[in-house]
Ligand binder design. Structure first.
Ligand code: 531
Length: 356
């Protein structure tokens, strides 16, 4: 039986355990360039024992940033700062991952500590784009420009170019952001996609952007490295994107070469009533894993070692991704190993080991 501290192999990559650092926006880059903050944030969590460390939503074009502080990979200048971080992550025994993203109509916002509302173009913001010219709603009130077919193709090319740069930077695990109400999810959800062309309307049309982007990225991302997708498995709104659609899309993403689905939810509309509670998204990972045979990661209010271990043991997911708990405690994996009586006990970096 598998468990939280059993290694996990996907393609040619082996994680030392089932714990992944969920991609977490730091809003601390300058012109998309990662810096010492990211080195500390990601490096500390690799040293803390996680098997996989996924760097935050990294914009494929500047206008795809959620805030002016988002990381980016839209130019070759972005490669080396990321490569430096990836070398540290690897040296600490973890696998370096990265999430590629485009925020669509949720772009051009202030950082959370600046209020999080859309920034006027005159205040450091920029015009946004989306499948359709409909705003998310207060406080993200900008009306986006509806992408033309040529512009859609150019965003997809930007994902491919960014994936190539990620590879050069030493990323070994790539995640495409298809969740949380950002651009790919804006195409998926009927709540944000009112197009009448081949990218809107039917399920096949709404999923076209993400499937095509995935296929194009898979073509340049080496076969031996994992390509994964984060989905919002439900919008939590009647008439919105649903779990049944996520299951069918996961099947098609698997056929397109996706190795794992990272199962989150929400983000399409502020009015969604989300039953937030311990492991509330785990059933999505479980159903997608069981019904499609694709590997899954569970994420969302996973806080306790026993809870995380059980998710893996009973086959609800292959991996657990943690965010908030790992912000509070970068050494959560080392503490979890003790709580679970793992033998041999994973040790902290050699520089700290004499204390144990
Ligand atoms: C939180 C969030 C979770 C679920 C739905 C919507 C939002 N996160 C998502 C992050 C950015 C910061 C807020 C990303 O996915 C990039």
């Amino acid at each position: 039986m598998s468990h939280l501290f059993a290694p996990f192999t996907l393609k040619s990559v082996t994680l030392r355990n089932r714990i992944g650092v969920s991609p977490m926006c730091m809003y601390s880059a300058e012109d998309g360039l990662m810096n010492d903050w990211h080195l500390m944030h990601l490096g500390a969590r690799a040293a803390g024992g996680a098997g996989l460390v996924i760097a935050e939503a990294t914009a494929v074009v500047p206008e795809g940033r959620i805030t002016p502080g988002d990381a980016g990979l839209w130019s070759d200048a972005h490669i080396e700062p990321l490569a430096r971080i990836n070398r540290l992550i690897k040296a600490q025994g973890a696998v370096p991952g990265l999430q590629l993203a485009h925020a669509g109509r949720k772009a051009s916002a202030a950082r959370p500590w600046g209020g999080g509302a859309h920034l006027a173009d005159s205040a450091g913001g920029w015009p946004t784009v989306a499948p359709s010219a409909a705003a998310f709603g207060d406080p993200l009130t900008k009306i986006p420009h509806a992408l033309t077919l040529e512009e859609i193709a150019s965003v997809q090319t930007a994902f491919v170019d960014a994936a190539r740069r990620a590879l050069i930077a030493g990323v070994e695990w790539l995640e495409l952001h298809g969740a949380h109400g950002y651009l790919a999810h804006q195409f998926l959800s009927p709540l944000s996609n009112c197009r009448t062309d081949r990218y809107g309307g039917s399920f096949a049309n709404r999923t076209r952007f993400l499937l095509e982007t995935t296929q194009a990225v898979r073509a340049v991302w080496p076969d031996h490295l994992p390509l994964t997708v984060r989905l919002s498995c439900t919008d939590w709104i009647e008439g919105g994107w649903s779990l049944d659609e996520s299951i069918e899309l996961s099947r098609q993403l698997k056929a397109a070469g996706v190795d794992l689905i990272d199962c989150s939810s929400g983000g399409s509309a502020a009015s969604a009533k989300i039953p937030v509670g311990a492991g509330y998204q785990v059933p999505f990972a479980e159903r997608i894993r069981r019904e499609t045979g694709v590997a899954t990661a569970a994420v969302g209010l996973i806080t306790d070692p026993m809870q995380a271990d059980q998710i893996v043991r009973i086959g609800q997911a292959d991996l657990v991704f943690l965010a908030r708990e790992l912000l509070l405690d970068p050494n959560w994996p080392l503490h979890a190993a003790r709580a679970l009586h793992v033998k041999p006990l994973p040790m902290p970096p050699v520089q700290y080991a004499r204390a144990f």
